[in-house]
Design a protein. Sequence first.
Length: 136
Amino acid sequence: MPFAPRGTALQHSPDGVTYTTIGKVLKIQNTGSKADLADVTNMDSPTAYREFLATLLDGGDVAFDCNFEPGDATQQVLNTDFQNQTSGYYKIVLPNSLGNATFRAFVASQDFDLPIDKQGTKALKLKITGPLTPTW
């Protein structure tokens, strides 16, 4: 069933126990999840097709945009994690009890945009370390 994601929350925790909602999030996107594959094709391969072996999984990134609010404590925590190269625990909570996804990640990038005709925004990318575990 389709749903409107309005009301979805992106949350951060330093310890994986107590989560705080990151303020003013506009958009959340998971990209780059992939499986690494080793080409194991050899002279004894039974056909002319390549053969592959699955090796490692990469959880990808969670990118999100938010309204830039200087002084916002939840945005400052992310900047601190970025500066200290500290990983945090994160949770994406869907509205109407549709489920959530938890993961651990590093703040890989943070950018801001200050246009003259719109609100200031920040764009952050979280690099997932380990799995993204959904309950939806």
